[in-house]
Design a protein around this ligand. Structure first.
Ligand code: FES
Length: 145
């Protein structure tokens, strides 16, 4: 059912955890299943993502896609990270079963939510960035947990 790459990232997820005082933090929920993901970004003065970490209360496919997504955006500029779509993540993982494709959206949206937070904090506009609809306010997560 799952590709070798998906299983590998699920069993050994990269970049799990938190970043203290992140440049941007984004928390999103998957409307289909209710799963939640939080993404932390450490972005330097030249707009390069120096570090990224994630935490998820989600399924195995969400873990694997987030792990791959964090690998794909680490060391990239904000604009390059924006181009890492869920399609790109799926390709890098050699695909997901059709009923699990929605899980990969969580990673893309969490990255966008964290970039949105970064832009707000810095008072800048990131061209092409749209605030994810599934963005969750901090307080809502604590209440649900
Ligand atoms: Fe919820 Fe996969 S079933 S993210």
């Amino acid at each position: 059912m799952y590709t070798e790459k998906v299983m590998e990232h699920f069993n050994h997820p990269r970049n799990v955890g938190e970043i203290e005082n992140p440049s941007g933090i984004g928390t999103v929920g998957n409307a289909k299943c209710g799963d939640i993901m939080r993404m932390y970004l450490d972005i330097d003065e030249s707009g390069v993502i120096q570090d990224v970490k994630f935490k998820t209360f989600g399924c195995g496919a969400a873990v694997a896609t987030s792990s791959m997504a964090t690998e794909l955006i680490k060391g990239k500029t904000v604009q390059e990270a924006l181009r890492v779509t869920n399609k790109a993540v799926l390709e890098a993982l050699d695909g997901l079963p059709a009923q699990k494709v929605h899980c990969s959206l969580l990673a893309e949206e969490a990255i966008h939510a964290a970039l949105w937070d970064y832009a707000e904090k810095k008072g800048i506009i990131i061209e092409g960035l749209v605030k994810p609809k599934s963005d969750i306010h901090e307080g809502e997560v604590e209440e649900e947990a």
